[in-house]
Design a protein around this ligand. Structure first.
Ligand code: F6R
Ligand code: MG
Ligand code: MG
Length: 376
């Protein structure tokens, strides 16, 4: 039939990311390690994956996969898990720091949720043009994306499309997770713009409330999927920061690429940095960047793609443009300024968020030395 509409293809984007060992402390995976994980995935992709893109951000390796298996696919998750297990052997053989550190469980149990690696997945009906952004951050935690997502999808001061594009004017639905709740996924759905103040009241606390997904209210289509795992909630203790990944579809009914990137020019303060225990500004950096100053600063990378029938174009480095050099210099200034006050007050995270428990013992040991002075 000449005029029959072409069948819309359903594609799933899956990013699974883990820190399985790095060179020189927490700087980056070795080339051999990244090569081993890449080869493992590519050798087993046939019949399962349409396309893949492997990259590192700081000490984390992310596997981006396109396929038609849907979200939480056991086959897809097992492939990523097994690739990280195989990579861990290389990390051990090379004496890398923290070999296998994000693989918190011994045996694979269906999907990698709750097992250590971070996951962001999104099933979509492919548009004739399907541009999307893949973000990965290191030395921080999932709440780092809360503010950029608030600004990009709910604030016309950042996103003129909310005023100018009719479908975007219908607003977006936020699915927000209470990541402190460990007995299952505790979520709330809130609509922007009507419930903007409620969204703000939650996102004010990014260590507890994390945007999991965002959906266009015009069509119901999902625009965002972000990882929400908190390693300390899985392991019962801190085993490292949660270094989140995120997928964002852009253009048409969704914010434009530039509207999604713009909030990252702020260099907002996030939890992370040295020993995962500080407030340090988030620096947008080039793809495959490493870590340096003060085991940070926390970094975020963005690879922009287009896709057709699940086949990816080459990644374009969204933060490589000269504009971001100036931003990086500004963020470095902010980081140094905050570091001038060392351990004091706002420079460090509150007790519950510190990656080390030594300070708790120190304070306990001082308890016996406190005394209440008698009234004179
Ligand atoms: C995140 C990361 C940090 C470390 C933290 C503690 O990628 O590497 O959050 O987990 O700095 O590391 P240790 O105690 O191993 O130096
Ligand atoms: Mg690490
Ligand atoms: Mg990391």
């Amino acid at each position: 039939m000449a005029n029959a509409p072409a069948a819309v293809m359903k594609i799933t984007l899956s990013v699974i990311k883990a820190d399985i060992g790095s060179v020189g402390g927490h700087i980056c995976p070795s080339q051999r390690l990244l090569g081993a994980v890449t080869s493992y995935v590519r050798e087993r992709a046939r019949g399962l994956l349409i396309d893949t893109y492997l990259s590192s951000t700081g000490d984390d390796i992310a596997i981006l996969m396109t396929h038609t298996e849907g979200v939480r696919s056991t086959r897809v998750h097992r492939l990523a898990w097994d690739a990280f297990v195989a990579g861990t052997e290389v990390a051990k053989a090379q004496g890398l720091y923290g070999a296998g550190q994000d693989l918190l469980k011994d045996a694979f149990t269906g999907n990698v949720h709750g097992m250590g690696p971070a996951v962001a997945e999104l099933e979509l009906e492919e548009r004739p043009a399907e541009p999307f952004l893949f973000f990965a951050a290191d030395k921080t935690d999932p709440g780092a994306y809360d503010l950029p997502l608030y600004l990009a999808f709910a604030d016309p001061m950042n996103t003129p499309g909310l005023m100018l594009a009719p479908s975007m004017g219908k607003g977006f639905r936020y699915v927000i997770m209470d990541v402190d709740h460990t007995e299952g996924d505790r979520i709330i759905e809130l609509d922007a713009p009507e419930e903007l103040y409620a969204i703000a009241a939650l996102l004010r606390d990014p260590e507890r409330y994390v945007v999991e997904s965002i959906h266009a209210r015009s069509s119901g289509a999902q625009a965002v999927s972000a990882s929400t795992s908190r390693l300390h909630n899985i392991a019962g203790k801190y085993t490292g920061k949660d270094d989140p990944v995120m997928l964002v579809r852009v253009q048409q009914d969704f914010p434009a690429t530039g509207e999604v990137l713009a909030p990252f020019a702020m260099g907002h303060f996030v939890a992370g940095g040295m020993r995962g225990s500080h407030q340090v500004p988030l620096m947008p950096v080039r793809l495959n960047s490493t870590i340096s100053y003060f085991d940070g600063p926390p970094i975020v990378t963005c690879a922009a793609f287009s896709m057709r029938e699940g086949k990816l174009t080459e990644p374009v480095d969204a933060f490589a443009h000269p504009f971001w050099d100036r931003i990086r210099a500004h963020v470095a200034d902010k980081a140094v300024e905050m570091r001038r006050q060392g351990f004091f007050g706002a420079a460090m995270l509150p007790m519950a968020e510190l990656e080390y428990t030594g300070i708790v013992k120190k304070l306990e040991s001082l308890e016996g030395r406190f005394r209440v002075r008698p009234e004179p």
